[in-house]
Write a protein of this length. Structure first.
Length: 266
């Protein structure tokens, strides 16, 4: 359609005369140059955009059916008295459109690279290192979801998402890990991966314990065996904030977890 219209513009007596009278100029959408600011109003090809000598936009005609419809459009231009858009407003419109186009391009690149949503449940052992309170030792459970994005051209994935941990003595911790996952290789039918990162969290303790801090944060590391859309992992979650600064021994939170994860995505 591009080439047919360009040929018609060069060979048609009606179009060639109209091009001279109305100072028509053909613009390739792929290399618009100074005319790029008019792309947001073009939307399709061919599109006839009418501007004055200052570059202010008047109106447009999208599509080309026959020369009669085009000449009718030019006839309306001859009597057009409406206030045009200023060149400055067209530049603002173009910049907004360009930002949207770049966001769309980044989003499409992420989809091509690989985007996943993970849902994970697990259980294990929790304890406070250095603490003598045996009531803080015991079984822990965790459940959560995360968003995982493959970094295109690498074996690296970036992940973040909320988790809820059930710790001993009715302590519930909302944890947000930000981690990097690296693909090691395959031992059929298992894909091996490692994951590591940092996390921050807030604990709700029932009944409230004035000796323990609610805020916590630290590091985490995992090794994962993936089979299809599922993977099994062994993780160690270590807190780096002293939960009980009043105690003689430091009290850092620890969890050793075995978890099952379901991956949804490409």
């Amino acid at each position: 359609m591009f080439s047919d219209f360009k040929e018609a513009l060069d060979t048609s007596s009606v179009l060639s005369h109209a091009a001279l009278i109305y100072n028509m100029e053909y613009v390739d959408p792929d290399t618009p140059g100074e005319f790029a600011i008019y792309l947001p109003v073009a939307k399709a090809f061919p599109c006839f955009i009418a501007v004055n000598q200052s570059g202010d936009y008047f109106t447009k005609l999208t599509g080309f059916d026959d020369t009669e419809s085009l000449m009718s459009f030019f006839s309306k231009l001859d009597t057009l008295t409406s206030e045009p858009y200023s060149h400055e407003s067209m530049e603002i419109l173009y910049k907004k459109w360009l930002k949207k186009a770049k966001r769309t391009e980044r989003y499409n690149n992420m989809l091509v690279a690989g985007r996943y949503y993970d849902f994970q449940v697990g259980g294990g052992y929790a304890f406070l290192s250095g603490d003598v309170l045996e009531s803080r030792l015991g079984f822990a459970m965790t459940a959560g979801m995360s968003f995982r994005q493959h970094v295109r051209g690498t074996r690296l994935f970036l992940s973040a998402g909320p988790y809820l941990d059930k710790l001993p003595v009715k302590e519930y911790r909302l944890r947000l890990p930000v981690e990097a996952e690296y693909y090691l290789g395959r031992t059929y039918p298992i894909d091996w991966r490692v994951r590591a990162g940092g996390w921050g969290g807030y604990s709700f303790i029932l009944p409230k314990d004035p000796c323990l801090k609610n805020w916590d944060g630290g590091l985490s590391a995992s090794i994962l065996a993936q089979m299809g859309s599922f993977d099994f992992s062994i993780s160690y979650v270590r807190g780096l904030i002293d939960r009980d600064p009043a105690a003689k021994a430091s009290s850092f939170s620890n969890m050793i977890l075995a978890s099952l994860r379901l991956r949804i995505g490409d």
